[in-house]
Design a protein around this ligand. Structure first.
Ligand code: ZN
Ligand code: ZN
Ligand code: ZN
Length: 137
């Protein structure tokens, strides 16, 4: 159950945190801070920013920055390890050029990239195309 994420990630459950989490659960695509603010009723901005920050730190959500786009956020994979502050996902970020929404899309296997003289902590794959909703139209 996605609603149990807060408990699983050892975050104190508050009505506000539950409300913000619910917005992420209801959206299949990534959302921006402005999207969250629009979905919330009256709220305290500072509390919202703190909530977002703790969600990111605890591996509940992650940030996605597509070139030329505003910063968006989406739910993490259940397997996301966040202990060292790094996010680990088995998905790529896909932006639809029609509706411009950004989706986290699961892949069977991510390419294994090895670098000489450099050490990778995090890697993100971004793709562009037409999303499943727009393909059906
Ligand atoms: Zn994550
Ligand atoms: Zn689309
Ligand atoms: Zn993602």
């Amino acid at each position: 159950m996605k609603e149990n994420i807060l408990k699983e990630k050892r975050l104190r459950i508050t009505p506000f945190r539950k409300e913000v989490l619910q917005i992420f659960i209801e959206n299949e695509h990534a959302i921006s801070t402005q999207d969250i603010e629009r979905s919330l009723g009256e709220h305290d901005r500072i509390t919202l920013y703190r909530t977002i920050k703790s969600f990111i730190n605890k591996g509940v959500i992650h940030e996605i920055v597509m070139p030329g786009d505003v910063k968006k956020m989406a739910l993490c994979d259940p397997v996301c390890s966040h202990d060292d502050g790094l996010h680990e996902h088995n998905h790529i970020h896909f932006q639809c050029k029609k509706c411009e929404e950004v989706y986290c899309v699961e892949v069977d296997k991510l390419p294994n990239v090895k670098l000489h003289d450099f050490e990778i902590d995090e890697m993100e794959i971004q793709a562009r195309g037409t999303c499943k909703a727009c393909l059906k139209m």
